[in-house]
Design a protein around this ligand. Structure first.
Ligand code: GRF
Length: 190
């Protein structure tokens, strides 16, 4: 299976997944990482790991459809089978969803359907729940609404701070995402 990762920011999930491809714990090929931000830190991680990286921003296009059409062309040119979102801070539009049905997956830093949106960790923390976690799910047209593939719980301790919780959530993501990807790719079905 040929995989592309889409990321907007730091790319720590990209890095653990790339490592898992490189050490053989995920079969298949990580073909490239794409970012909608030319200056995202993920490009530096990609360079270090010798993974090809591409970037362009929606601002460089007349509208979102034109941006997605360009992205689709990039994905098709590289014969990508599976798109892995790792901190990609944009909704996926109809163009990509139509061409990659059940072939786009995402990780979200809460136990969905609780705390969707851009601030899953903060929202769970300030609500005061005692257990939160991470969710891997298929992407559909909604925000963090697609069918759930896997979840991992993270306990919020009494003396937890937002900072310590953030570290725990990222650790949980880094454990779960490569494992689930390996399984999906090995079974060859989504
Ligand atoms: C992760 O917390 C992920 O759940 C969310 O965005 C964050 C990306 O972190 N969708 P990183 O760029 O992989 O470090």
């Amino acid at each position: 299976m040929r995989v592309a990762i889409l990321a907007s920011g730091s790319g720590s999930n990209f890095e653990v997944i790339a490592n898992a491809f490189q050490n053989g714990s995920i079969n298949g090929e990580l073909v490239f990482v794409f970012s909608d931000r030319r200056k995202a830190f993920v490009h530096q991680r990609a360079e270090k790991l010798h993974v090809k990286s591409y970037a362009f921003s929606p601002k460089e296009f007349t509208d979102r459809a034109a941006y997605e059409a360009e992205l689709l062309e990039l994905l098709q040119k590289h014969e990508i089978d599976l798109i892995v979102l790792a901190g990609y801070l944009r909704m996926i539009g109809k163009t990509l969803l139509r061409h990659f049905p059940k072939r786009i997956i995402n990780i979200h830093p809460s136990l969905l359907p609780s705390f969707p949106g851009l601030h899953g960790i903060e929202d769970a923390f300030s609500y005061g729940v005692k257990v939160t976690g991470v969710t891997i799910h298929y992407v559909d047209e909604g925000m963090d609404t697609g069918p759930i593939i896997a979840q991992k719980a993270v306990v919020i301790d009494r003396d937890e701070t937002l900072e310590s919780l953030t570290v725990k959530i990222h650790q949980a993501e880094h454990e779960l995402y490569p494992k689930v990807l390996a399984e999906i790719i090995q079974k060859g079905v989504l």
